[in-house]
Write a protein that binds this ligand. Structure first.
Ligand code: SF4
Length: 352
């Protein structure tokens, strides 16, 4: 069973490579370096080379051992596109991700040039997200490299946010995570740097995740932005995903599917927008369609939603929305799909 990660925006990590070298200002207080040195001192065999780039071919098939679908951060202790990682090894990492269609993989790199260069040689199955770190305005140059890749889901890690970033380009970007640095040497982050990024994401329909303020005690500083939590995730769906998943994995996903939530505090103005989004999805697999039908028939509308007089949220509204969803034309995902909207949220979870 995969170990739960402490990183808020993922579930678990997979490290077929460890070690790295610093490349930009975001690396100054690299958490992976501190951890690697500590694990080396503790005699952990995987970290016997400390923070030097080390390949671990014995870990390449690790995700294939997890039956239950997971959201997996790839190379949390390294950078997959580091110059010391051979092309062939990166391709092997991709081969595992291609085979493990039940999982969703989150890649993150600061080596965007190499990412771009290698992209045509990689098989970007829909379960692989590609992301680049943009810790300051200077690093916006990494974004065109990302958008040139074949990844279906593209994301930005704006962490640690070190300066104001003028006009962060979020068009064509599916998900943005923002966070401040934590630890004893944390560099401070200002609210006025974060808000324009959030607003830009709202403008372009990009999911926005505010991870933390950071600082010496990140728990105390918390993750409220003007009193609100922002933990939007990217919907995981596209045209091809379900056809890529082996039948036995689909059954597995269906068996573990146990929750449908409609949670909301204003179901009015954005219902149409939400419908449009849901129309993009189709449940091609009959089993999954039946299972979803069954679940949707048992939806209960939260009391607070029913009682909100400012809006007309009635059960038939939700039913018709769900029917639209079930009758629409595209396919739904491997692991789960979550559709978040700032004002209306329909969330379906498969086995998480
Ligand atoms: S790229 Fe990431 S892992 Fe490598 S040194 Fe920088 S922060 Fe650390």
């Amino acid at each position: 069973m995969a170990q739960k990660s402490k990183i808020e925006w993922t579930e678990t990590t997979w490290n077929p490579i460890t070690g790295c070298t610093k490349i930009s200002e975001g690396c100054t207080n690299c958490y992976a370096e501190v951890m690697a040195r500590r694990l080396c001192a503790m005699g952990q065999p995987k970290y016997k080379n400390g923070f030097n780039v080390t390949l671990h071919p014995q870990c390449l098939d690790e995700p294939l051992k997890y039956k239950k679908p997971h959201l997996i951060f790839v190379c949390s202790m390294s950078d997959l596109f580091h110059k010391d990682v051979p092309d062939e090894y990166i391709q092997k990492v991709f081969e595992t991700m291609n085979k493990a269609g039940q999982h969703t993989f989150q890649i993150l790199t600061k080596r965007s040039e190499r990412l771009r260069k290698m992209s045509p040689k990689l098989n970007w199955t829909p379960n692989i997200w590609a992301g680049v770190t943009v810790e300051s305005g200077k690093q916006k140059i990494r974004i065109p490299d990302l958008t040139a890749t074949g990844a279906k889901i593209k994301w930005l890690s704006v962490e640690p946010l070190l300066t104001a970033i003028d006009d962060l380009p979020t068009d064509g970007i599916d998900w943005v995570v923002v966070g401040g640095e934590s630890g004893p040497k944390a560099r401070p982050m200002k609210e006025e740097w974060v808000l324009p990024i959030r607003d830009k994401c709202l403008e372009t329909g990009t999911a926005f995740y505010f991870k933390q303020w950071g600082g010496l005690n990140k728990k105390v500083a918390g993750n409220l932005l003007q009193g609100e939590k922002w933990e939007q995730m990217k919907a995981i769906f596209n045209d091809e995903s379900i056809t890529d998943i082996p039948e036995e994995n689909i059954d597995n996903i269906i068996n573990k599917t146990d929750s449908v939530h409609i949670s909301d505090n204003s179901f009015d103005s954005d219902t149409t927008k939400l419908l449009e989004r849901l129309n993009k999805l189709e449940v091609e697999n009959n089993n999954m369609r039946n299972k979803l039908n069954e679940m949707f028939n048992n939806i209960t509308v939260p009391e607070e939603l029913k009682n909100d007089t400012a809006i007309p949220p009635t059960e038939p509204d939700i039913e018709s929305l769900v029917n639209e969803f079930l009758n629409s034309e595209e396919s739904i995902t491997g692991r789960h799909f979550k559709e978040f909207n700032t004002e209306a949220t329909l969330m379906v979870s498969f086995g998480i």
